[in-house]
Design a binder for this molecule. Structure first.
Ligand code: TRP
Length: 329
C-alpha cells in the first residue's frame, strides 16, 4: 500500500442501524477515502459501554453497523474493518496515556460536560476517560489522518496534545501526532427540518428500511414552515426536503422543483413523493447488497475476524515500542 498517501483512522459508535445522516455526514466520505489512503475503520464497542443505552444490544448493533458499512462500499480486502475490543492492546495503551493526562483537561471538555448534563446519574470513570481511549485508538495504529465532524474537534486536539505529552515525558518519538480532517460537508437535518438527524431525536430516515417505510417517513418531513397553503409560493432555500433533493435527485429535476416551488406550481406533498421515489431508487443497490450480506452472516463475521487479525499485527508492533519507551521492567 506504499502508493497511498498515509493512514486514515476513524472510530464509529455502534448505535444500531445507520441513517441518512450517518451516510451523508460520514460513511460516504469513508468510502471515498479508500481510494487515496490506507484506511482503518473501527467499530468502537468499548466506547459504547460508557453510556447505558448504547450498552444494550451491543452485539446486534455491531453486526448491523458492519452490514451497513460493507453495503455502502467499505472494501474489506483493502481496508481494515474491525471491532475495537478485539484488539485488547488498546486498553493497555489507554492506561499508559492516562498517566500523562491531567484530569482537569478531561472534565473541561465540552463533550464531557454535555454528557454529564444528559446523564447526571451515570458519570463514570470510563466516561471521563473517553477521549483517552479515543487517542489510544488513533495512535495505536500510527494514524496520520482522522476524518471527523466538527463536534469531535476538541477530542482530536486533545489527542494531539496527549501525543506530545507522552513523547516528551518518555523522551521518545514513538507516537504520531494525528491531523484532523474535517469532513462535515453539510449538516444533515432530521425530518423535523430543525435538528441534526439522529436516532435519539427519532427524526432519522434509516438506510436499510424498506421502500414503503421510507416513503411514510419522507411524507412526515417538515418543509418550508412559512408555506401554509398549497397555493402559497414556497422558498426552497429554507426547505429541508429541497436540500435533500439536491443530493438524491438529478440536477435538471432539482432546478425544475426549485422553480415550480417558487411559483406554487408544485405542492409539498408532490415534492416529497418525488423525493421518496428518488431516495428509494438511490438506496436500492445498498439495500440489495445489504440483503445479500445478511444472508451470509458467517462471511460478515469472518470480515471482522480478518480485520482484527490485521489490526492486532499493527497494534502489537506499536506496543513493543511503547513498552520500551516507558521502560516497563
Ligand atoms: N468519539 C467518536 C464519536 O463519538 C468515536 C470514536 C472513537 C472515534 N474512537 C475514535 C472517532 C477515533 C475517530 C477516531 O463519534
Amino acid at each position: 500500500m506504499s502508493e497511498k498517501k498515509g493512514r486514515v483512522f476513524s472510530g464509529i459508535r455502534p448505535t444500531g442501524r445507520a441513517h441518512l445522516g450517518n451516510y451523508l455526514g460520514a460513511f460516504k466520505n469513508y468510502v471515498a477515502l479508500q481510494d487515496d489512503y490506507e484506511c482503518v475503520y473501527c467499530i468502537v464497542d468499548l466506547h459504547a459501554l460508557t453510556t447505558v443505552e448504547d450498552t444494550l444490544n451491543l452485539k446486534q448493533n455491531t453486526y448491523d453497523l458492519t452490514l451497513d458499512l460493507l453495503a455502502v462500499g467499505i472494501r474489506p480486502e483493502e481496508t481494515i474493518l474491525f471491532v475495537q475490543s478485539h484488539v485488547p492492546q488498546v486498553t493497555e495503551l489507554h492506561t499508559m496515556l492516562s498517566m500523562v493526562t491531567p484530569i482537569g483537561k478531561l472534565t473541561d471538555l465540552p463533550t464531557f460536560k454535555e454528557k454529564v448534563r444528559q446523564n447526571p446519574n451515570n458519570v463514570n470513570y470510563g466516561l471521563v476517560g473517553y477521549p483517552v481511549l479515543m487517542t489510544a485508538d488513533i495512535v495505536l495504529y500510527k494514524s496520520d489522518l482522522v476524518p471527523v465532524g466538527i463536534d469531535q474537534a476538541p477530542h482530536l486536539e486533545f489527542a494531539r496534545e496527549t501525543v506530545r505529552s507522552f513523547n516528551y515525558r518518555y523522551s521518545a518519538n514513538v507516537l504520531i501526532e494525528p491531523q484532523m480532517k474535517n469532513t462535515e460537508v453539510l449538516k444533515v437535518l432530521g425530518i423535523d427540518g430543525k435538528e441534526k438527524m439522529g436516532k435519539s431525536l427519532d427524526n432519522h430516515i434509516e438506510l436499510a428500511a424498506d421502500p414503503d417505510a421510507t416513503r411514510l417517513r419522507v411524507m412526515q418531513m417538515v418543509t418550508d414552515p412559512q408555506r401554509m397553503k398549497r397555493t402559497d409560493p414556497g422558498n426552497p432555500d429554507v426547505c429541508n426536503v429541497y436540500t435533500m433533493h439536491k443530493t438524491f435527485t438529478p440536477e435538471e429535476d432539482v432546478q425544475t422543483i426549485n422553480a415550480e416551488c417558487r411559483k406554487a406550481g408544485i405542492g409539498c406533498v408532490d415534492c416529497k413523493k418525488r423525493f421518496a421515489e428518488n431516495l428509494n431508487k438511490a438506496l436500492e443497490p445498498f439495500r440489495s447488497k445489504r440483503a445479500e450480506l445478511a444472508a451470509r452472516p458467517d462471511q460478515v463475521h469472518s470480515v471482522l475476524e480478518d480485520g482484527a487479525k490485521r489490526a492486532r499485527r499493527i497494534a502489537e508492533k506499536t506496543m513493543l515500542e511503547v513498552r520500551a519507551a516507558v521502560q516497563l521492567p
